[in-house]
Design a binder for this molecule. Structure first.
Ligand code: GLY
Length: 389
């Protein structure tokens, strides 16, 4: 074989957590698998807080997505245990629960509506008075007016998860091409592989496009199967909690303050992640004074004691937003091309179910039952024009 060509059964474009889990599960199924990414394990997982918040992040109109989110949340204990056993790495998976609180009457009305929606959806959450919230989390502001206790929404450290997935892929024999993918190659309406930025041609039986917010930018992808993803910027601040007998916070605390989501995710390592802005600014990943100010201002209203903590890091990342806020999973209308992208606010939560669904799709050509509503074909222009009048 010439040094400028190589081949695999499955080529995954994008080595973020979604691409990595897909590659790992594909390799476990016996596919010769490769990943293209200049920096495997990088991407949005390096910024994300890692909330596994199927219940607290429920939104009206997203009940179908809820089913997938719950399916993935249920897989997390076994998924985390399997990865840790395989790699020896601690993922920071913490079954700590979440407390969503309200600071004023408007926030409280919003939380009451969320509670009603959770109940209609058969989800477990418990309404607490302000005093009960402070009993659970004594660092909360005296002005907290009530809250929702959700014991099933946990957290994982996405940076550790990404590192463990790289290690799991390496153990499973996945080949890494540490360059950018440049162009999809298509011959007679069938994907044949990808040309890399260094000129290497990688032939592949199947290509999975898992490039997060960049997934719509690979050259050579025909317009009608190009994933409709867009970047949604999120700025995040990392603080460090002092080691002491009583934890600063013992669970994730979150709220909607003046219409913006703010959450504080305390890790056992002492890291406290405060996130996140949500900004439609294209490819901009600048950390702005305004973004950091708003996060710290809103977090301070919830937990005034944060001003005493060390400010360790500020960072911005790009969520892969999709038109219906749900991921695009599985085969496209182009033979040999599959998608695993568009996970928007739920990439970390949806990692286990995405890996399983894509491995199944690669082996059978079909999506498993729980992933069928997320077929990329729901956005296909051809499918729309083929609808009866
Ligand atoms: N799921 C949290 C975020 O996207 O900010």
């Amino acid at each position: 074989m010439s040094p400028t060509s190589t081949s695999s059964d499955v080529l995954v474009v994008g080595g973020g957590i979604i691409g990595l889990v897909t590659a790992w599960r594909a390799a476990q199924r016996g596919f010769a698998t490769a990943v293209v990414d200049p920096e495997p394990g990088g991407g949005a997982a390096q910024v994300a807080a890692g909330m596994l918040a199927a219940v607290t992040e429920l939104h009206y109109g997203e009940q179908t997505l809820l089913g997938l989110n719950l399916a993935s949340a249920r897989r997390y204990p076994d998924f985390a245990a399997e990865l840790t056993e395989l790699t020896g790495q601690d993922l920071g998976y913490r079954r700590c629960g979440t407390l969503a609180v309200a600071l004023d009457a408007d926030d409280r009305a919003h939380l009451r509506e969320l509670h009603a929606l959770q109940q209609q959806s058969g989800l477990e959450s418990q309404w607490l008075s302000g005093r009960e919230c402070r009993r659970l989390e004594p660092m909360l502001a005296p002005g907290v007016r009530g809250g929702l206790r959700v014991d099933g929404d946990h957290q994982i450290d996405p940076r550790r998860l990404a590192g463990a997935l790289v290690a799991a892929c390496e153990r499973a024999g996945v080949v890494f091409h540490r360059v950018w993918a440049q162009r999809l190659t298509v011959v007679r309406d069938r994907v044949t592989g990808v040309v890399l930025a260094d000129g290497t041609a990688v032939a592949a039986g199947q290509v999975v496009l898992a490039g997060g917010s960049l997934s719509g930018r690979l050259d050579g992808v025909p317009e009608d199967v190009l994933p409709p993803v867009r970047p949604v910027k999120g700025q995040v601040v990392r603080l460090t909690m002092p080691p002491r007998h009583e934890p600063f916070l013992s669970r994730t605390v979150r709220a909607v303050v003046r219409g913006s989501h703010v959450y504080l995710v305390p890790r056992e390592s002492g890291e406290l992640v405060v996130g996140a802005t949500s900004e439609e600014l294209g490819w901009d990943t600048t950390v702005t004074a305004g973004g950091v100010y708003e996060l710290l201002r809103d977090a301070h209203e919830l937990v005034p004691g944060i001003t005493e903590l060390a400010l360790t890091e500020t960072r911005a990342g790009l969520r892969p937003g999709s038109p219906d806020n749900a991921p695009l999973l599985g085969p496209t209308g182009l033979e040999g091309l599959l998608l695993a992208t568009g996970h928007y606010r739920n990439g970390v939560l949806l990692t286990p179910v995405t890996g399983d669904a894509l491995a199944y799709a690669l082996a059978t050509g079909e999506l498993p039952e729980e992933a069928r509503p997320f077929t990329p074909k729901r956005f296909s222009t051809t499918a729309l024009t083929e609808q009866p009048a």
